[in-house]
Design a protein around this ligand. Structure first.
Ligand code: GTP
Ligand code: SPV
Ligand code: MN
Length: 605
């Protein structure tokens, strides 16, 4: 028996017939050596870490530097989400839309069934009951995941609420997402050697939105394998949200308190690796203002009895981008990383601590890079993979808001959209209303990042930061946004478009970003109260030069002018690109957005 199969099998922890049938089906397919029903306990988590260390998947970090934390190095070919091998298998092709890879559900299941056949031989199949959101919250949702990856289970322990309380909350209900995951590296005989990071060169991340199922194969990494995260909380949940009249979005949630003690809650959608974790944890640079974290990646919102949108963070941890995280850029994230963390694909220092690019002022003289090779600062390659990640319990964040687990959620006052745009898009713009805000979200674009396994660099449209995560036709998704707008009326959050990434002709960022983004948040806060000044422009309202608090800010006047400037020619040049983008949605593009585009055209001419 392999080391993986040494964890003792136990009996089922629920009598829910749908769950039992699902686990039996998975067992028959995967043919694992053992089945382990996970209880979500601390002991179980420690057992998983130890198992990973014993198998060579992980190593303990120096306990004096990173208590109870491990370093995991993945296969170099398994370091990010695989968007080209991610599918939405709706019954009708048009329901997946032009932004998703589509496959017929029956055909795809036949294909994956072949891959799944015996895929867990020599391994343990873990059964993981989890809740996205506080257990029992009216906004939360339940999933059951089976997997052969101890790494995935340990991460799910940090990222979601796993345990017997989930079976209790589920009862005999059928309302849960069924997730199957295998790394696709069976150990058919006791002699077959395992590898530190088992995975398969064939990868397939398939979603069946109508039946609320996820079938994932071949990858152990992040969004491909932690099924509660992007697969469930966004792709499947976005479909469920459309069906039931709520919203599942790729947004951070933060609480902002002004010097008078007044509070506003903001949600912000930025594409992957574009600053959600950083904004969610910022320390404002303006005296008297306080920011606290509710969530850093995903936001589920439902209408409350008062007609406002209430949001929860469905997760309990941060699966954050490591490179660039430092005490200077994000002190609160660094403090959350002091202990009880999983580090993936970062560098290792001589004293067995972690290292990644821009983590410390001084680079270590020697390290081991994420591919286990000796590394020095002179090396022409980074110590950490650009998409290296930390998994940290949200409760360890020093500025986590006391209400972050409130089952009611928090009422959202403002929604921010943003992306990496070197030109054209100003520092901040306020939409006239929800409809124009939806328009701005729908035309969002960003430079590509390392969070997806393809080329970096050029610009791609990423509506509402949901391009890789919307589980249905993007045109229908826009229509759903407009429908929410009609339902919510004047109780809805105000919508803003921000851009921290505008550059000078020499290619330098014009805006210092990070903690200084609090100045923009302050303006947004005051716009929600109707106090701060704004001027109307063809693309929406922008701050007057005095309205943006720049006391003590180290940005020269010409840069500020450039940041707030509405570049009419730039926007005019953008129009044909927006039309091209819109054309891809065919007649599913809502009339309301067509109207917004033609109004923008008129205002610009
Ligand atoms: P996902 O976890 O992939 O969804 O990413 P995220 O949106 O949470 O991005 P994150 O906050 O981890 O930021 C990714 C990178 O963007 C970091 O390495 C930072 O260097 C950079 N970044 C974040 N905020 C700012 C900012 O205000 N200005 C600039 N210039 N860079 C920023
Ligand atoms: C993202 O890519 O948006 C992430 C990381 O937050 S992953 O979990 O891989 O999706
Ligand atoms: Mn994300």
């Amino acid at each position: 028996m392999s080391v993986q199969a040494k964890i003792v099998a136990e009996g089922a922890k629920t009598t829910n017939p749908k769950v039992l049938a699902f686990v039996e089906e998975a067992k028959a397919l995967f043919k694992p050596d053992a089945v382990r029903w996970c209880d979500g306990s601390k002991e179980e988590y420690q057992e998983l870490l130890k198992l990973m260390v014993d198998c060579g998947t992980a190593m303990w970090l120096n306990p004096d530097k990173r208590g109870n934390s491990i370093l995991v190095r993945s296969d170099p070919a398994d370091v990010a989400r695989v968007e080209d091998q991610t599918y939405i298998c709706s019954v009708k092709k048009e329901d997946a839309g032009p932004t998703n890879n589509w496959a017929d559900p029956a055909e795809m299941k036949a294909t994956i069934t072949k891959l799944y056949d015996g895929a867990m031989q020599g391994r343990t199949m873990y059964v993981v009951p989890y809740s996205m959101g506080p257990v029992g919250s009216p906004i939360a949702g339940i999933g059951v995941m089976v997997t052969d990856s101890a790494y995935a289970v340990a991460n799910m322990h940090i990222m979601t609420r796993v345990g017997d309380k989930v079976w209790k909350a589920l009862g005999d209900s059928e309302d849960f997402v069924r997730g199957m995951h295998s790394v696709g590296y069976p150990l058919p005989t006791p002699k077959t050697a395992d590898v530190p990071w088992p995975c398969n060169s064939t990868k397939n991340i398939s979603h069946f939105p109508e039946t609320r199922e996820i079938w994932s194969f071949g990858s152990g990494y992040g969004g491909n394998a932690l099924l509660g995260k992007k697969c469930h909380a966004l792709r499947i949940a976005s479909v469920k949200a459309r069906d039931e009249g709520w919203m599942a979005e790729h947004m951070l949630i933060l609480k902002l308190t002004n010097p008078k003690g007044e509070v506003k809650y903001m949600a912000a959608a930025f594409p992957s690796a574009c600053g959600k974790t950083n904004l969610a944890m910022l320390n404002p640079t303006i005296p008297g203002w306080k920011a606290e974290t509710i969530g850093d990646d995903i936001c589920w919102m439902k209408f409350g009895e008062d007609g406002r949108l209430y949001a929860i963070n469905p997760e309990t941890g941060f699966f954050g981008v490591a490179p660039g995280t430092s005490e200077a850029s994000n002190l609160n994230a660094m403090r959350a990383l002091d202990e009880n963390c999983i580090f993936t694909n970062v560098g290792l220092t001589e004293d067995e601590d972690v290292y990644w690019e821009d983590m410390t002022k001084h680079k270590p003289a020697h390290a081991i890079d994420w591919m286990r090779r000796p590394w020095t600062p002179e090396a022409d390659r980074p110590a950490a993979h650009p998409n290296a990640r930390f998994t940290a319990p949200a409760s360890q964040c020093p500025v986590i808001a006391p209400e972050w687990e409130d089952p009611k959620g928090v009422p959202i006052d403002a929604i921010l959209f943003g992306g990496r745009r070197a030109s054209v898009v100003p520092l901040v713009t306020e939409a006239e209303d929800w409809k124009q805000g939806t328009f701005l979200g729908s035309i969002m674009a960003s430079e590509k990042t390392a969070a997806a396994a393809d080329a970096k660099g050029d610009i791609r449209r990423d509506p509402m930061a949901m391009l890789p995560f919307c589980g249905y036709h993007m045109g229908d998704y826009f229509a759903h946004w407009l429908k929410i707008g009609e339902k919510g009326g004047d109780k809805l959050p105000k919508i803003f478009y921000v851009n921290w990434f505008r550059k000078s002709p020499e290619g330098k960022f014009l805006w210092p970003g990070f903690a200084e983004n609090s100045r923009v948040l302050k303006w947004i806060f005051e716009r929600c109260d109707g106090t701060a000044e704004a001027i109307d422009t063809p693309i929406g309202k922008v701050p007057t030069e005095d309205a943006l608090d720049t006391d003590g800010l180290d940005v020269d006047d010409s840069a500020l002018k450039e940041l707030l400037k509405v570049d009419i020619d730039g926007w005019k040049a953008e129009l044909p690109l927006i039309r091209e983008h819109y054309a891809t949605f065919g007649d599913k593009l809502p009339q309301g957005l067509r109207e917004e585009l033609s109004q923008l055209e008129k205002r610009l001419s």
